[in-house]
Design a protein around this ligand. Structure first.
Ligand code: FE
Ligand code: CA
Length: 546
């Protein structure tokens, strides 16, 4: 989150053109350039598009960026790696040829009881990333996996399948993370998370930041010249975004967290550009130019994340919202509040709400995703209905006198959208609504109120907002606006401005949230502290100190 820099004069003629052409046709027309740029660069189905490089001739260890797994299903896991003997080179240190990679999945960490093995192709068109969907697995099990290419073996990763559909697991612990700007600190929180006893990590956005990184890695303060110049400008092209993921993934603490736990990822703005909205760039400019950039960012995101094939991008489009289940204990409706949203009202930033922000035609989710969410709730038989997403859901005043300004980038800038979602939850009879959020670089715990402006109104759910891993630098436990926010928002139950992560344990009787913090990130080695813990009982929404 950074203050708005959008120009109010922003591309009015393009918006008008979009309206007059009809949105679909407009996107088709402007998307044509992006489609052209990106469709030619796919491996041909069933045929090799590039000659094969004998893995025995790899110039060095290709597993410099670690391994990952994600989106656990009851019978399947998704395994990821990327071959990059020279990760800070645009080509990763490999020729534009495909490489065969072996993988294996075992019940034990010594790989004595291997239950599946196979071969996958690392295509140069996908920057030698590998996505393996391993099926026919047993539900509710831990598995260990690794890759091999030539004489090189990857580090081993640990993952798990979800419990069987309809089963009633006793519990599940989630790790929540967001906002890991590389040049604002060390990933100490990830080092601790790798050791923590969680089943699945939810990444709630800002996996990378587009801003230039200097040769000292910003506030990491590496010896000058440590990082090459090619990181020292904002990411715009596909090559820029790919290189930036390589930079991030060379961090050993991030690699350790990926190897230790499966991740379920969703993006926010910075994986593409600060505070963009659909096809509207932060700084204005033609939509078709921005869509080219978005196509590059989305493609690099898919390549570098443990995502399945339904999330494969098509030009500037990628369907990231999706649903996962943990037996009947939890349903996860992972949202994308970036790609389909109306442009921020009043030029973005903190503004007074009014007719523009309150326009009922405005949406944060887009109509299709909103319908999908509410339909999914109607069919849900889960005890906990969890919504991992990006931006703060609960109302947040930053002044104790009214009217107060609100964040136009958050759900506060889209109140009609929020009201439709809450009404949909009510109508669907959703039980135990829990929203999981990132973006703001602080820990918050909120009671979600039926009417946020009335402290006496019913509590209808809880929102757990996790702080950043690094973004914002060291931070402080009690930021300067602490008293104001706590006073102005009685439904805000906890606020801490240090870096860290949160865990949420879902049980049959109650859910427990633990907010974990590190004292600093600009140097390594900070210990982990549990700053606060809350519980919320099944069937009785509202946070209580644990
Ligand atoms: Fe952020
Ligand atoms: Ca953000």
């Amino acid at each position: 989150m950074t203050p708005a820099r959008r120009q109010p004069s922003h591309a009015p003629e393009l918006r008008a053109a979009a309206r007059s052409l009809g949105r679909r046709r407009f996107l088709t027309t402007t998307g044509a350039a992006a489609a052209l740029a990106f469709s030619v660069n796919l491996p041909a189905a069933g045929a090799a598009s590039a000659a094969e490089l004998d893995a025995a001739r790899l110039p060095g260890d290709p597993f410099t960026l670690g391994v990952a797994s994600g989106d656990p299903l009851p019978d399947s896991v998704l395994l990821w790696t990327r071959l990059a003997p020279a990760p800070y080179q645009a080509d990763g240190g490999l020729p534009a040829r495909r490489v065969t990679v072996q993988w294996e999945l075992a019940l034990d960490e010594r790989f004595r009881r291997v239950v599946r093995r196979g071969a996958a192709t690392a295509h140069p068109e996908f920057q030698h990333t590998v996505h393996v969907e391993v099926g026919r697995l047993q539900p509710g099990r831990v598995y260990h996996y690794r890759f091999r290419a030539g004489r090189w073996t990857s580090p081993a990763g640990r993952t798990r399948t979800a419990p069987a559909p309809g089963s009633r697991p006793a519990g599940l612990t989630l790790g929540l993370v967001s906002c890991q700007r590389y040049d604002e600190g060390y990933y100490t929180a990830y080092r601790h998370l790798a050791q923590d006893d969680v089943d699945v990590v939810f990444h709630l956005g800002d996996y990378l930041y587009e801003y230039a990184v200097d040769s000292a890695g910003g506030s990491r303060g590496l010896p000058k010249g440590t990082l090459p110049d090619l990181f020292h400008h904002e990411t715009v092209t596909l090559e820029d975004y790919r290189l930036r993921y390589a930079l991030y993934k060379t961090d050993p603490d991030l690699r350790a967290a990926h190897a230790a736990h499966p991740f379920v990822v969703t993006w926010d703005d910075h994986e593409t550009e600060n505070n963009y909205a659909d096809d509207v760039s932060e700084t204005g400019g033609p939509a078709d130019e921005f869509l080219l950039r978005r196509a590059a960012a989305y493609r690099a995101y898919w390549e570098n994340m443990p995502l399945r094939s339904p999330q494969l991008p098509h030009g500037p489009d990628l369907r990231l919202y999706r649903r996962l289940h943990w037996g009947r204990l939890a349903q996860f409706d992972v949202l994308d509040t970036r790609k389909y949203r109306s442009d921020q009202a009043y030029g973005d930033g903190w503004q007074y709400g009014g007719p523009e922000s309150e326009d009922p035609r405005r949406t944060l989710t887009g109509a299709a995703q909103e319908r999908w969410l509410i339909d999914g709730w109607r069919r849900s038989d889960a005890l906990w209905n969890v919504v991992p997403q990006q931006v703060t859901f609960s109302q947040r005043y930053n002044s104790t006198t009214l009217p107060s300004k609100l964040s136009m980038d958050s759900w506060d800038g889209y109140p009609a959208s929020r009201e439709r979602v809450l009404a949909g939850a009510r109508a669907a009879g959703v039980e135990n609504l829990m929203v999981l959020t990132g973006d703001v670089h602080v820990h918050y715990a909120f009671d979600i109120k039926r009417d946020f402006s009335d402290p006496g109104s019913r509590t209808v759910g809880t929102e757990i907002v996790t702080s950043s891993i690094t973004s914002g630098g060291n931070g402080s436990a009690k930021p300067s606006n602490w008293n104001t926010l706590m006073t102005a928002n009685p439904h805000l139950r906890f606020f801490n401005g240090l870096r860290g992560y949160a865990t949420v344990s879902l049980g049959r009787e109650l859910a427990r949230a633990d907010f974990k913090t590190v004292s600093h990130v600009t140097t390594q080695g900070a210990p982990l502290t549990t700053a606060a813990s809350f519980v919320t009982e099944a069937g009785e929404p509202g946070l209580k100190p644990a």
